[in-house]
Design a binder for this molecule. Structure first.
Ligand code: ATP
Ligand code: MG
Length: 211
C-alpha cells in the first residue's frame, strides 16, 4: 500500500486542497489519500479556528464519493497539540510506504516542527509548488538546517540520508486559500466555486466565518 497523508487546518477545506490531492494521488499512484485535520495546530495555537467537528464535517462532505480519498480523525482523537511526527509514525507502522503531501509554504518552515530531523526517517514527502511568495526550486526549497542531509538525484527528486525521497511536484495552481475564503465570508461576499457546493451550503447553514 502506498498512502498519502494530507494534513492541515482545513478551515475550511477548498478546491485548492482537493485538486492538489487528486493530482498527486494520480501522479504517484497512491492507493489512498488521508485528509487529516489538525486538532490543535502547533503554529496557529493562538489563532481562532473553527470547531473541530465543523472542520471534520466539511472534509467528509467534500470527499464523499471519491473512493481514493479518506478522512482520518487520528489527530482529533489523540487530542492536545497535533504533531505531524506522531501521525507519520502511526501511518508508517500501519502501511509502510507513506507520502506526506504538503505545500511548499508549509514545507519551507519544516525546521520549526517538533522532531523535524527524525520525520525524514519515517516518510517520503511530496512538496507541491504553490503560487505564494518566491518560487524556490532545487535544493533551495530546504531550510538551511537540513540542506546537508539531502542529495539531489534528479531535477525534482531529492534523497534524504535515511533513504527516503522528497519529490518537488508542480500541480495546477489554484490560487485559493482558506484565509481568502474566511475573509470573503466575513464580508458576506460570495465564496461560490472556491470550494464544493456542499461545503458552501454547510458554511451558510452553520453561519461559519461570518463577521
Ligand atoms: P490558511 O489560509 O488558513 O493557512 P490554507 O488554504 O493554506 O489555509 P491549510 O489547511 O493551512 O490551508 O493547508 C493544508 C495544506 O494544504 C498545506 O500543506 C498547504 O500548503 C496546502 N494547500 C493549501 N492551499 C493549497 C492550494 N491552493 N494548492 C495546493 N496546496 C494547498
Ligand atoms: Mg496555510
Amino acid at each position: 500500500m502506498k498512502v498519502g497523508i494530507f494534513g492541515g487546518t482545513f478551515d475550511p477545506i477548498h478546491n485548492g486542497h482537493l485538486r492538489a490531492a487528486e493530482e498527486v494521488r494520480e501522479l504517484f499512484f497512491l492507493d489512498t489519500v488521508y485528509f487529516i485535520p489538525v486538532y490543535i495546530p502547533p503554529h496557529k495555537r493562538d489563532k481562532f479556528i473553527a470547531d473541530t467537528e465543523d472542520r471534520a464535517n466539511m472534509i467528509r462532505l467534500a470527499i464523499k464519493g471519491n473512493r481514493f480519498m479518506r478522512f482520518s480523525d487520528i489527530e482529533i482523537k489523540r487530542g492536545g497539540i497535533s504533531y505531524s511526527y506522531d501521525t507519520v509514525c502511526l501511518f508508517e507502522k500501519k502501511y509502510g510506504d507513506v507520502y506526506f503531501i504538503i505545500g511548499i509554504d508549509a514545507f519551507s518552515e519544516i525546521d520549526t516542527w517538533h522532531r523535524y530531523r527524525e520525520i525524514f526517517f519515517h516518510t517520503n514527502f511530496i512538496v507541491m509548488i504553490r503560487p505564494v511568495g518566491l518560487k524556490k526550486m532545487g535544493i533551495e526549497i530546504f531550510p538551511d538546517a537540513i540542506k546537508g542531509e539531502m542529495k539531489q538525484i534528479d531535477q525534482n527528486i531529492f534523497q534524504h540520508t535515511s533513504g527516503r525521497y522528497i519529490y518537488l511536484q508542480n500541480i495546477t495552481q489554484l490560487d485559493i486559500s482558506s484565509t481568502k475564503i474566511r475573509e470573503l465570508a466575513k464580508e458576506n461576499r460570495s465564496i461560490r466555486y472556491l470550494l464544493p457546493e456542499k461545503v458552501e451550503n454547510y458554511i451558510n447553514r452553520r453561519g461559519l466565518y461570518r463577521g
